[in-house]
Design a protein around this ligand. Structure first.
Ligand code: TA6
Length: 300
């Protein structure tokens, strides 16, 4: 059965392989599991709350309308919690829109937010998340509609936690020569590493990454994941390492940072301005395996 709706989650199964499937929690419309031929591709904390008491630690949380905490105290998103409210509310399951690949949708609007959140961010909007699974490919598309009469600004980001064997063997490539903001040292610079490696806490926002670049997550010379982006100009790369992992109560096991890397496409280095009655959309497409592709700025 390609689509199975349970009380708190939906299971989406590949039409050609019952061991290739997604589990999407209605809370946050968070993908908490991606099995490909039985192998899990996402990292989920053993202490992740799946009961709606807090955003899920792991899988693919959705960040809207603000990434991180808004630095401008006068901005309409300034009163919202870190990473906004999309990951922290239950979305409505809208059903299946396509048979092959099996494709489903979830929706979020002001009517699903509590009064406090609506007062903090008093805009009329609709979010429609479209999710599909097919063979070695997972596709997530977000559509943001301003259904009100005043423009609003927002960030969007797919906060993807990839599963890896050991972070110290992992490389993330094709971000060389890209401008980035290093959140750890609050500095802006150009990435000069041909491929990123990890040996300490890592938290960088790569800005305006050419859409022709495929960001690859490579483990011991083998491509694990290829990230293709549509209209998502930025990508955050994050690993909390020891200290940050210890500081997160819902991050378990504490050494689990060895088994995960976040590569998070979005529009976060600036705010998207959405005029009244207009729509914006962005998509991430993740494909498993394939060959290493070395792309440099000759593509720009
Ligand atoms: O995406 C990276 C990041 O912004 C890090 O700075 C860290 O805060 C991470 O998100 C997790 O944030 P969370 O609110 O889920 O603990």
């Amino acid at each position: 059965m390609p689509v199975e709706e349970l009380e708190d989650r939906v299971i989406l199964t590949d039409v050609n392989d019952s061991n290739t499937k997604l589990t999407i929690l209605k809370f946050g419309a968070t993908i908490i599991s991606w099995h490909h031929q039985g192998e899990e591709n996402l990292w989920l904390s053993k202490a992740a709350k799946l009961d709606g008491s807090k955003p899920v630690r792991g899988g693919i949380p959705l960040v809207f309308p603000v990434f991180g905490k808004q630095k401008d105290p006068n901005h309409p998103t300034a009163k919202l919690p870190q990473h906004g409210f999309a990951r922290n509310n239950t979305w409505e399951f809208l059903g299946q829109i396509s048979e092959n690949p099996p494709t489903i949708q979830f929706g979020l609007g002001p009517e699903q937010l509590d009064e406090e959140t609506r007062l903090k961010w008093p805009f009329d909007f609709t979010l429609i998340l479209t999710v599909s699974i097919s063979g070695d490919k997972l596709v997530q598309k977000i559509e943001v509609e301003n259904t009100g009469s005043t423009p609003f600004e927002f960030n969007w980001l797919f906060h993807t936690y990839y599963h890896v064997e050991d972070i110290t063997d992992v490389l993330v490539n094709n971000l060389v020569d890209v401008s980035c903001y290093d959140q750890l040292i609050a500095e802006q610079y150009t990435e000069k590493a041909p491929a990123i490696s990890f040996h300490e806490e890592f938290d960088r926002i790569y800005q305006n990454v050419n859409p022709k670049r495929t960001i690859q997550i490579i483990d011991k010379g083998k491509v694990l994941y290829n990230l293709h982006r549509t209209n998502l100009q930025d990508s955050v790369v994050w690993n909390p390492w020891t200290k940050k992992a210890e500081g997160m109560g819902d991050f378990e096991p504490k050494l689990g940072f060895h088994n995960m890397v976040c590569v998070e496409p979005g529009h976060v280095s600036s705010m998207v301005l959405l005029p009244a009655k207009e729509k914006w959309s962005g998509q991430q497409e993740i494909v498993i395996g394939g060959e290493i592709k070395v792309q440099t700025n000759i593509y720009e």
